[in-house]
Design a protein around this ligand. Structure first.
Ligand SMILES: Cc1cc2nc3c(=O)[nH]c(=O)nc-3n(C[C@H](O)[C@H](O)[C@H](O)COP(=O)(O)O)c2cc1C
Length: 218
């Protein structure tokens, strides 16, 4: 089933879906494959196409990834409280606590991620830990556009997704769970995938475009 959303509608309404993931409905392998096939139309540096998508449906493996996600959340909280998490560096201690309270939807995913029928781990060949920004940009830029295309293709088929990264605090352990060679393959996200309960999503409130657009120079 396709929703036949216009391109603008699709871009406007592809949200982080957590509480509306249908945990009881399986996702057909052919639907997952169709979304990944579309994702492969995305750009990659030098057209390298060094991308991989690990699709996890086995309950035991999902449980292990879910445990690593929760462990990653605990690590994040610890680093954030002490201002060590990059995203929190410029945030005052009192504000940090407020941010760490997290919304109900994030909590929900934290508690239920292992119950989501499919977990997808997009990966890119070669690690860029500690490399120059240009190398980082090339690597991340060669997998995240494809990952977002996958999420858009999923939305068009009535599926919900949410890009998450918390398990990467324990990426090496996740590599063992997934049986992939950590030294050669870098995981970039963990995406829960399930049919959404209802397919109507709203445009999200965002900062006004005037604050982010810089005509000609900064
Ligand atoms: C790089 C990145 C990392 C993220 N990591 C997580 C995560 O670990 N857990 C989570 O629940 N959401 C995560 N998110 C989802 C964001 O919270 C979400 O995209 C944002 O709140 C906007 O949601 P909306 O489009 O529904 O408004 C991440 C998003 C991005 C782009």
């Amino acid at each position: 089933m396709k929703l036949d959303l216009s391109a603008d509608e699709l871009l406007r309404t592809t949200r982080a879906v957590r509480q509306r993931l249908d945990l009881s409905r399986p996702v057909e392998p052919e639907v997952i494959k169709a979304c990944i096939e579309l994702a492969l139309q995305a750009p990659s540096g030098s057209n390298n196409q060094n991308w991989h998508f690990v699709v996890v449906t086995e309950a035991d493996r999902r449980q292990q990834l879910g445990d690593l996600y929760r462990k990653g959340f605990a690590t994040y909280c610890q680093l954030a409280r002490t201002g060590q998490a990059v995203a929190m560096r410029g945030t005052a201690p009192r504000e940090r606590e407020a941010i760490l309270k997290f919304q109900a939807s994030s909590r929900y995913l934290l508690e239920h991620i292992h119950e989501v029928p499919v977990l997808i781990v997009p990966c890119i060949e070669d690690r860029v830990d500690g490399e120059a920004v240009v190398e980082q940009a090339n690597a991340w830029g060669s997998i995240l556009p494809a990952t977002w295309s996958f999420m858009l293709a999923a939305r068009e088929r009535g599926l919900g997704t949410c890009l998450t990264t918390l398990h990467l605090y324990h990426e090496r352990e996740a590599a063992q769970v997934l049986g992939l060679p950590y030294e050669r393959i870098m995981q970039v996200a963990l995406i829960p995938l399930a049919y959404s309960r209802g397919t109507t999503f709203r445009q999200a409130p965002r900062h006004p475009v005037e604050g982010v657009i810089h005509w000609e120079n900064w």
